[in-house]
Design a protein around this ligand. Structure first.
Ligand code: HEM
Ligand code: HEM
Length: 187
């Protein structure tokens, strides 16, 4: 490929817009703060939890009205496509996706739902109806722990895809750019 500014431009494509990147790192931070303050600092916990919940609200709107790779219609696939993709990973032949791959897309949806459910159950604990309610406390605590497992799976998925396709996905979530697609990639 030609050197120079035009060639350099063609080697990378913009994938994650600024809102997606700001959303992602703010969500990771508010989740971490909510988690670590859960037993020790309830005011901070509640605010970090509301921040995470509000971020989900913004992301849901952006998933409908946002830029190409931010849209749910671009990356949410049927359960059968997700299974087929997981099978392809096991066989070592999965395609590189410029946006979220089908398994990553399913995890994004699961994370958004679980964070939303954690924030809503946390809010419920502050209402008269569920104040001190043991079942609601267990539900809130349970989803939060499930979420922690899902975040671990998310990080493992990011590491695996980065390794398999020889690219730094964390860097892409910071800069917004990825290597331009080749003929075999799904763009
Ligand atoms: C240091 C920790 C983290 C790193 C390095 C990381 C990295 C990434 C990367 C690289 C992507 C893009 C994946 C792709 O290319 O398909 C991504 C997406 C995402 N991550 Fe994380 N992540 C971290 C923590 C978290 C946490 C704690 C959460 C939620 C509690 C989270 C939720 C998400 C969501 C919802 C997306 C989809 C972004 C979107 O389309 O808006 N991440 N993450
Ligand atoms: C991402 C968001 C959130 C996460 C990860 C999270 C996580 C947790 C965890 C793990 C606990 C259990 C602490 C323990 O074992 O004692 C907890 C407790 C609690 N959380 Fe959250 N939380 C979130 C959001 C919220 C929100 C939005 C609120 C309120 C508006 C809230 C209110 C509470 C309350 C009142 C408790 C104490 C319940 C009890 O007495 O056991 N949380 N949270």
């Amino acid at each position: 490929m030609a050197a120079g500014p035009e060639g350099a431009q063609a080697r990378h494509v913009r994938v994650w817009d600024p809102l997606v990147r700001l959303f992602h790192w703010s969500l990771a931070l508010s989740f971490a703060v909510a988690w670590f303050s859960a037993k020790t600092w309830s005011d901070l916990h509640v605010w970090a939890g509301y921040a995470a919940g509000s971020l989900i609200g913004v992301r849901l709107l952006w998933g409908v009205f946002g830029t190409r790779y931010a849209r749910f219609s671009q990356f949410v696939r049927s359960p059968l496509s997700v299974l087929a993709y997981l099978k392809a990973i096991a066989q070592g032949g999965e395609a590189r996706h410029i946006g979220h791959n089908p398994a990553g897309g399913a995890m994004v949806v699961a994370l958004l739902v679980a964070i939303g459910a954690t924030a809503v159950s946390g809010w419920a604990l502050t209402t008269d109806a569920f104040w001190g309610d043991l079942a609601m406390q267990r539900l809130h605590d349970g989803i939060a722990h499930l979420l922690l497992l899902m975040v671990c799976a998310h990080l493992a998925g990011v590491a695996l895809a980065s390794f398999r396709h020889g690219e730094n996905l964390v860097g892409a979530m910071l800069s917004g750019d990825k290597r331009a697609p080749s003929a075999d990639d799904v763009a």
